[in-house]
Unconditional design. Structure first.
Length: 399
């Protein structure tokens, strides 16, 4: 089946019922032809390096202003302590996530950074990645937001992959009263320029869309089309996340309607049919628990899941037990397997990695590019929160 054009996708806004089922089956056929009967996840630890940010997204509960008393930059010792625990629990990826350029807006951020010996966050991220590579076996994946070419060059030397959600190409959402008002880093042209720069620097890149923040269906389709165009140009998009907006108390969008399940399933199917089949399609399993419906809409990946740290961007949404996901995946006819932060297709292309990173990737990957050591928690009958995973027994799955 050929990929959907923008015009074809625009027509699918209201598709539902039996027609939606047909669309989802088409997406599954494309997924199965390229990815087979395997669904993947990456076993990771989540490092929220700083919760300060110069932007003011109206749905965000992660960000803290310096005068709140909760703003912080994690120290190298704090980071290392978590990463080492993650290593003991079979994690291979360190997701380093941070607010956008807080030092450009807040004096307190500059002071905290100066105490650590740095004048900009990206240089501190480089230092943290270097420390992780030196002291542990894990692979850094960096989400540092909008960046220029020089910043990509520095971070490529010390990380296996990077990412930034495009979220949307809608300029309308920058207006007063909209989700991205007062967010200089959410200007679509700036985010697209970042994705271009990642392509120019041959960085395996993760991006995605945020569904339901006020964008129209056409704008949603246009965002996916744009991502696909950039992948055609550079070949560097390894995965696209389709993430549903979640309304949170204490935000300006607390009463904003969340996308319906049908809206998500329609968007997932259309994403699968717009994007090149080689781009992994991911939906976060902690933001919606209809695992089988998602699988039946064309996804092939559950993203990063941590047995140790919570999702600091959505702290109220615990990660599912990996055993639970494995079961739902298996009942849908697929096998859950652990991948690395860089996808198999990229591991055969040395230009995407510095030699030291390639060496580390080889340490962890088996012949097909997925993780050599496949870990999964044993299922227990009583439900647990993500924090209770620490006591969970690990065993290596024979595949
Ligand atoms: S969503 Fe990201 S960019 Fe927006 S305010 Fe929160 S941390 Fe900053």
């Amino acid at each position: 089946m050929t990929q959907l054009s923008a015009e074809q996708a625009y027509q699918l806004e209201n598709v539902q019922g039996a027609q939606l089922d047909v669309l989802r089956q088409q997406a599954c056929d494309v997924r199965d032809a390229h990815w087979g009967k395997v669904m993947t996840y990456s076993r990771k630890v989540f490092i929220p390096l700083t919760n300060m940010c110069r932007d003011e997204c109206k749905y965000c509960t992660f960000v803290q202003r310096p005068d709140s008393g909760n703003a912080q930059i994690m120290t190298p010792m704090q980071v290392l302590s978590i990463v080492k625990q993650g290593q003991q629990m079979g994690c291979k990826e360190v997701l380093i996530s941070l607010g956008e350029k807080p030092e450009l807006r807040y004096r307190e951020a500059r002071q905290m950074l100066a105490k650590l010996g740095f004048s900009c966050m990206v240089d501190y991220v480089v230092d943290i990645c270097t420390l992780i590579l030196k002291e542990t076996d894990l692979l850094p994946h960096v989400n540092a937001g909008t960046m220029d070419g020089a910043e990509f060059a520095k971070l490529k030397a010390v990380s296996a992959s990077m990412g930034m959600m495009l979220e949307t190409v809608s300029e309308r959402l920058l207006a007063k009263g909209q989700a991205h008002f007062a967010c200089p880093d959410k200007v679509p042209a700036t985010r697209l320029a970042t994705i271009v720069s990642a392509g120019e620097h041959q960085v395996p890149y993760t991006t995605g869309i945020l569904v339901g923040i006020g964008e129209t269906w056409k704008e949603r389709v246009d965002s996916l089309i744009k991502i696909n165009e950039l992948h055609r140009q550079f070949g560097h998009i390894q995965e696209v996340i389709v993430q549903n907006f979640c309304a949170k108390g204490d935000t300006q969008m607390a009463a904003f309607p969340e996308p319906s399940l049908d809206d998500m399933l329609r968007t997932l199917a259309v994403a699968r049919l717009i994007l090149d089949p080689s781009i992994s399609l991911q939906a976060p399993p902690n933001l919606q628990h209809r695992y089988k419906d998602y699988i039946a809409s064309g996804i092939n990946d559950w993203g990063g899941i941590s047995p140790l740290t919570k999702d600091f961007i959505n702290p109220e949404r615990a990660w599912p037990q990996i055993a639970q996901l494995a079961q739902a995946t298996s009942e849908s006819g697929y096998q859950l397997q652990e991948r690395l932060t860089a996808y198999p297709d990229f591991l055969t292309q040395p230009a995407y990695f510095e030699p030291v990173i390639m060496q580390r990737l080889k340490l962890h990957c088996r012949q097909d590019g997925l993780a050599e050591q496949q870990f999964i928690e044993q299922s227990r009958s009583t439900p647990k929160t993500s924090h209770q995973f620490e006591s969970t027994t690990l065993y290596r799955v024979a595949l």
